[in-house]
Ligand binder design. Structure first.
Ligand SMILES: C[S@@+](CC[C@H](N)C(=O)[O-])C[C@H]1O[C@@H](n2cnc3c(N)ncnc32)[C@H](O)[C@@H]1O
Length: 330
């Protein structure tokens, strides 16, 4: 997913992640933070999106097509073979729905290109009600009898998310075919802490047949904290307490929570109180198979396997974790 800003050329700065503006003023300019017309009234907006990631103008500087390019037709197509009449998608932390709609369209296009009659049904979930209102109000044609809807909810509220998911799925189905969570895990992590973050991942896993997570690297956590500090705002409540404080450990933390071979999020929390503990645990539980474009990870007792989709260099600049039920690696 191209959630990074390319700065090509010799000696150029590293590509920056979507969450990582160079300075508060640059970010505020991008977000319209100095423009009273853009500034919104609810509590969510007192920090211009810097506390929860609910940036009001997020898609004016993030190209969604690039960000979906790792989810190829070849990847989507087999998912359609396994679903019934409907293919269901839930996008967690969907902001104003721009990426959600592009993903929906992409799947509809694959359905059409294969001459299938599958109905694509998409649910976007978002913390910020004003972004949800915008997602609903923007004209969009879902295509081919498909449908898309948006709800405001704190995705860590398991009871409400479960209720929304079951009313979306109806009685004939218990799992959503594809759950996605792009550039949102960090915001859950820094606002709710390790234990709730693990419970959140555990819940996503229970809801999904397949789960796609685009995690944020550690430097985005640091930048988010720094930006608020520079703005003179209060700290992100759980930033200091977050146990996973490096890219690899964040990835391990997420993989373990979803694939966790002993299954329990509480147990995972207990073993990830330090970065080295998490790394040691992952080292013993994983079998890793590398190709230029993907790495498959699974534990011997894993309910889910994880395919790490990334660029040829395997960098965090373009990385998505695709969790699928029943993947097993020799
Ligand atoms: C950085 S944006 C990413 C938007 C979109 N997923 C994308 O990648 O293009 C993160 C979004 O997650 C939302 N978010 C943060 N915490 C959330 C929570 N607990 N429940 C639901 N949404 C949340 C924010 O409001 C924001 O819109």
């Amino acid at each position: 997913m191209a959630s990074y800003v390319d700065e090509p050329g010799p000696g150029a700065q590293k590509r920056r992640h979507a969450e990582e503006p160079t300075s508060v003023s640059e970010q505020e300019d991008r977000q319209g933070g100095h423009d009273s017309d853009v500034r919104l009234a609810s509590d969510f907006h007192t920090d211009n999106g810097h506390r929860f990631g609910n940036f009001p103008n997020y898609y004016s500087f993030h190209n969604v097509e690039d960000r979906l390019d790792l989810l190829t037709k070849d990847l989507i197509s087999p998912m359609l073979d396994e679903c019934g009449d409907d293919f269901t998608i839930a996008d967690i932390g969907c902001n104003d729905g721009t990426l959600t709609k592009a993903l929906h369209e992409k799947v509809v296009t694959v359905v059409a290109s294969r001459g299938l009659t599958t109905r694509v049904r998409t649910l976007g979930l978002e913390l910020d009600p004003q972004l949800v209102a915008r997602a609903r109000s923007t004209t969009f044609t879902p295509g081919n009898g498909s449908e898309i809807c948006f709800e405001d909810v704190d995705a860590t509220d398991e009871a409400r998310v479960s209720a929304l998911a079951s009313s979306f799925l109806g009685p004939s189905s218990t799992r959503i075919n594809l759950v996605t969570c792009f550039s949102t895990t960090m915001w859950v992590h820094v606002n709710h802490g390790d234990a709730t973050f693990l419970a959140f991942l555990d819940h996503l896993k229970r809801l999904s047949q397949r789960l796609v997570i685009e995690p944020q690297p550690w430097r985005c956590y640091r930048s988010a904290a720094t930006r608020l500090r520079r703005m003179g705002k209060s700290e992100l409540v759980c930033y200091e307490a977050v146990a996973a404080r490096s890219d690899k450990v964040i990835e391990n933390f997420i993989v373990r929570a979803v694939c966790g071979f002993s299954g329990s999020a509480a147990e995972a929390a207990a073993t990830t109180t330090t970065a080295s503990a998490a790394e040691a645990t992952m080292a013993t539980m994983t079998a890793t198979k590398k190709t230029t474009k993907k790495t498959t990870v699974a534990g011997p007792e894993a309910e889910f396997g994880c395919v790490v989709l990334s660029d040829a260099a395997g960098s965090w600049e373009r990385k998505v974790l695709l969790f699928e039920r029943g993947i097993c690696v020799d």
